[in-house]
Write a protein that binds this ligand. Structure first.
Ligand code: LMR
Length: 391
């Protein structure tokens, strides 16, 4: 029967990991998957993670099951990190990474409203669309990125959102938009919140890059404003990037309910969804994060290292914009210095992306670059290759 299997659609980002691994050239540059690298091209285990793991190894005396919603200290810690508070209107469940958190929230939504329709930005992280298509739930995109200005096409975005209703769930990127790096201003977050309040649609914030834009607090301003106004909303957080826990899989599905009375049913539903999808989310990475978030010393060290990572990315942004200015004699790449997060789109055509890949530079086909994959000594080479490809 397996011979009847349809060929699965390849994920462009995951396919790129494979293609890069198979390239034998030492000079190759990986700007594909969203993984932080230091200036030596390494993805380190963060210092606080190492220390928390050491403590955990020494103190843990059982591997018995936990709760279906996961480690309560982790869930509360993630709520505080994302929304700046815990409250009797908030609930949540640990999940395997940001992808797991999104899937749990998609399932919760469909149980609450079988007529729900999801909206994601054009463009968005490709797995938003792919996961929704896989679940066979209605979904479509709303306008977001203006390829001319390389910023947010806010007029078009808000015109679409203002036409939605109570059956609609809108996936917003909390910060560090993936794949464009173009983010909403605070005033735009306020206008989007007003649209949700006026039209009754539900926000689902994908908050996978907190701390990698302008700071942990700064990156959360829009989401927190929205949460302060909305009766109900959902947030999917991830510890893959800001704790560097990629393969360990820690994420949190956070739900803000209209009242405390709504919380027990939502929590029971999250437990049930988790049970049906994978029973228990992986304990180890969540326990590590809980240890870091509750220990002042570890937390301070984690924040300091995260700030180093963020500063490196933002320094590379400035350096890359400058190198491109010099190599192309134009300031049309200055947007790279203004964008925030791991990604920006270079604005290259698929043919130019292919030409740069021939030269050993790996970007996603839409010319999304993981800025953190660059190193300072490669900025000039990258700019030359882009200019040579005619970008
Ligand atoms: C990315 O966008 O590169 C990351 O979120 C990794 C992934 O799972 O796609």
């Amino acid at each position: 029967m397996f011979s009847a299997l349809p060929e699965p659609k390849a994920d462009a980002i995951i396919a790129l990991i494979q293609a890069f691994a198979e390239d034998p050239r030492d000079s190759k540059v990986d700007l594909g998957v969203g993984v932080y690298k230091d200036d030596a091209g390494k993805t380190p285990v963060m210092r606080a993670v190492k220390e928390a793991e050491r403590r955990l190894l020494a103190a843990q005396d059982s591997k018995s099951y936990t709760k279906l919603t996961g480690n309560p200290d982790f869930v509360a810690g993630m709520q505080r990190l994302a929304l700046g508070k815990v409250s009797d209107r908030l609930t949540g469940a640990q999940a395997p990474g940001g992808t797991g958190a999104l899937r749990v929230l998609f399932e919760l939504t469909m149980r609450a409203n079988p007529d729900a329709r999801f909206w994601y930005s054009a463009p968005s992280w490709p797995n938003h669309q792919a996961m929704l298509a896989n679940m066979k739930v209605p979904h479509q995109s709303y306008p977001y990125f203006d390829a001319e200005t390389l910023g947010v096409d806010f007029d078009a975005m808000i015109a679409t959102l203002d036409g939605l209703d109570a059956n609609d769930v809108v996936i917003l990127h909390g910060c560090c938009h993936n794949p464009t790096g173009a983010n909403l201003t605070q005033a735009q977050w306020e206008r989007v919140t007003q649209s949700a309040l006026d039209n009754g649609w539900m926000p689902l914030v994908d908050f996978a890059y907190q701390g990698l834009g302008d700071g942990l607090e700064e990156d959360a301003q829009g989401v927190r404003y929205m949460a302060s106004k909305m009766p109900r909303m959902m947030v999917a957080t991830s510890c893959s990037k800001n704790f560097g826990l990629y393969r360990d899989r820690a994420g949190c599905a956070i739900v803000q309910c209209e009242s405390a009375a709504e919380v027990p049913l939502v929590t029971a539903t999250l437990s049930s969804v988790n049970r049906l999808l994978y029973s228990f989310a992986p304990d180890h990475p969540a326990a590590v994060v809980a240890e870091i978030l509750t220990d002042p010393e570890l937390r301070a060290d984690w924040e300091a290292e995260l700030a180093e990572m963020r500063d490196r990315i933002n320094g590379l942004r400035t350096g890359l914009a400058e190198a491109l200015r010099q190599e192309t004699n134009s300031n049309r790449f200055d947007f790279i210095a203004e964008h925030r997060g791991m990604f920006s789109r270079l604005g290259a055509t698929p043919e130019q992306v292919a030409a740069m890949r021939e030269g050993g530079i790996y970007m996603v086909g839409d010319s999304r670059m993981n800025i953190a994959g660059l190193t300072t000594d490669k900025l000039r080479d990258f700019a030359r290759a882009a200019a040579a490809a005619g970008v």
